[in-house]
Design a protein around this ligand. Structure first.
Ligand SMILES: Nc1nc2c(ncn2[C@@H]2O[C@H](COP(=O)(O)OP(=O)(O)OP(=O)(O)O)[C@@H](O)[C@H]2O)c(=O)[nH]1
Ligand SMILES: [Mg+2]
Length: 205
């Protein structure tokens, strides 16, 4: 008998790994946006254990799919740097086939000025990198996390993806970056992670 709760995650991860097999992925984003949670889920098929840092996710690691490696690099912004990405982010970005840019969807939707500015700075920075003289451009996906923390407005829960995609910072950023897909989800449960991975995989096709 199939157990739906287990099948979705397994299928989502297999499809993701197929889509990125033999390629390089960069996971980039501001502090506390869910980078470690997402890559732990991709690597271990589970959420990080709260408190136990026995096997912390390295900034660079390799996933195996079949006989092919998938190289992952995780990069964040400069602590206290007002949204400046660390130099390693540029290296990760320019070497990647796929870039997952993580941001707090809930904070953007709530109109948090600091988050809006930070995301604008990040998207502008990636635009500058894209314009640099490189041969191949990575495929970018804008990944909004913390969907579960998006507040209802006047008792109405709008489609989170549409809500995020309608924000000026995202609209303008997408124009600059060649219209990358936007995915919005939650990484607070394994089910949420599986759904997000599924949506990201769709976006990579
Ligand atoms: N409710 C909720 N919590 C989330 C979500 N994504 C991540 N978290 C939590 O947010 C916190 C930060 O997540 P991390 O994965 O550590 O974020 P990070 O980007 O690696 O953070 P830094 O490495 O410190 O920059 C953790 O407590 C996660 O459990 C989400 O979608 N919803
Ligand atoms: Mg982290």
């Amino acid at each position: 008998m199939l157990i739906p709760g287990l099948v979705l995650p397994a299928i989502a991860l297999v499809r993701f790994m197929k889509a990125v097999s033999g390629r390089r992925i960069a996971v980039i984003g501001g502090a506390q946006t869910g980078k470690t949670t997402l890559v732990t889920y991709l690597r271990d098929r589970r959420l990080p254990d709260p408190g136990t840092e026995s096997q912390p996710v390295q900034d660079k690691f390799t996933l195996r799919f079949g006989k092919k490696d998938v190289e992952c690099v995780v990069a964040r912004d400069v602590p206290g740097g007002g949204g400046q990405l660390v130099p390693e982010s540029k290296e990760a970005f320019t070497k990647a086939d796929f870039v997952l840019y993580l941001f707090r969807a809930d904070r953007l939707v709530a109109g948090d000025a600091e988050s809006l500015l930070q995301v604008k700075t990040h998207l502008d920075t990636m635009k500058i990198w894209l314009d640099g003289d490189r041969f191949s451009k990575p495929r970018i996906v804008l990944v909004g996390t913390h969907e579960d923390a998006i507040e209802e407005h006047a008792g109405v829960r709008a489609d989170p993806r549409e809500l995020v995609a309608s924000l000026n910072v995202i609209k303008l950023g997408r124009v600059k970056l060649g219209n990358p897909d936007v995915v919005v989800g939650s990484l607070d449960t394994a089910k949420g992670c599986a759904k997000l991975v599924q949506d990201v995989t769709e976006a990579l096709r």
